[in-house]
Design a binder for this molecule. Structure first.
Ligand code: ATP
Length: 328
């Protein structure tokens, strides 16, 4: 029989994303609801190693559901990659009376949680918090929906200036390994072309498509490029290439960067964070461990951490077709 859980630790790790605070709030309040203590761990695994802790009750998470970032701060910890670091972290948790851990982060953070569980038989549960939406076992990660809305809002604004000056804009969005943001925000904002890591469109096709769009009477165009696009050129090199071949275009580049990670979470992300936090705590209390809580077809589900880390939530190829049709 698994040990009764009386105290749960919670941390945020890796890149921050909107909705992390709503998830912390949910974990803290679900603990309180079930009469379990909750310990906030600052700066991810590094704070665990340094014993940077704070007892948290339902009132310590007032007024954070609407805030971006993470009140617990986030960090990447090299020391946690070492056995010595993890031994220190484990000892600190034991000293603080913590029986189980909720890790809010991406696949790297889940790998750390899995290793920690394996080495110390310590119950862990993951909540996917990353804007990239690149984690298997959930159709949405925390922050993804907010990031989509931020990107669409930015492209709408860029379109105003693009159409006033008859310009072609390359807009680079986040997504080193996954094109979910580029593809969905691109369709939402009416981009002419969307370049994603999952598909190598090819420079010739891009040229052809831009020529076609000019010939069809479009005077301005937006091309959305995921940072991990496979054409082997960064967004500035792409601009130079197109400029050489289509000199009639006035081309500009806009790299959206870190603004995509910030901002108040969307309603969708707040609700998702609340649901995932409840499930994470209740699953630990039921004796489950080593899972990630996610959402699939609007049902909150558990996926073994190992699978969540190794797999990727695939791009919907139908969306590529829709994008092509919409740019007719
Ligand atoms: P993002 O998607 O924003 O990159 P992430 O959770 O994938 O978020 P990482 O920097 O990859 O971010 O991982 C966060 C932390 O998890 C690392 O700094 C490290 O402390 C821990 N971690 C990652 N991989 C391992 C591992 N193999 N063993 C132990 N700890 C690890």
């Amino acid at each position: 029989m698994s040990k009764t859980i009386k105290k749960i630790g919670v941390l945020t790790s890796g890149g921050d994303s909107p909705g992390m605070n709503a998830a912390i709030r949910s974990v803290v309040r679900t603990c309180a609801f079930h009469g379990v203590e909750c310990l906030g761990i600052y700066r991810g695994y590094q704070g665990m190693i340094e014993g940077d802790f704070k007892e948290m009750g339902p009132r310590s998470v007032n007024n954070i559901v609407n805030k971006g970032g993470t009140i617990l701060k986030s960090a990447r910890s090299k020391e946690f990659m070492t056995k010595e670091g993890r031994i220190k972290a484990h000892q600190n948790l034991v000293n603080a009376g913590v029986d189980a851990l909720v890790v809010i982060g991406g696949d790297g953070s889940f790998t750390g949680a899995e290793v920690f569980n394996e080495e110390f038989d310590f119950p862990v549960m993951g909540i996917p918090g990353t804007i990239d939406n690149d984690i298997f076992g959930t159709s949405h990660t925390l922050g993804y929906d907010t990031a989509l809305n931020t990107v669409v809002d930015c492209i709408d604004k860029i379109r105003d200036t693009a159409s006033s000056h008859n310009r072609l804009f390359f807009v680079e969005v986040m997504g080193r390994d996954a094109g979910h943001i580029a593809l969905n925000a691109g369709i939402g904002a009416g981009a002419e072309e969307i370049l994603i890591p999952e598909e190598d469109l090819g420079l010739d096709r891009l040229l052809e498509s831009l020529q076609k769009s000019k010939a069809s009477g479009k005077s301005s165009s937006i091309v959305v490029v995921a940072e991990g696009d496979k054409m082997g050129k960064n967004v500035f090199e792409l601009k130079d290439y197109i400029e050489q071949h289509l000199p009639e275009y006035d081309i500009r580049v806009s790299v959206l960067g870190h603004m995509q990670r910030g901002g108040s979470p969307s309603c969708f992300d707040r609700v998702l964070a609340s649901r995932l936090g409840v499930k994470a705590v209740e699953s630990l209390l039921e004796g489950k461990s080593n899972y990630m809580v996610g959402i699939l077809q609007d049902v909150v589900t558990l996926t073994p951490l190992e699978q969540a880390i190794k797999g990727h939530y695939p791009i919907d190829l139908e969306l590529l077709r829709v994008s092509d049709i919409m740019s007719t």
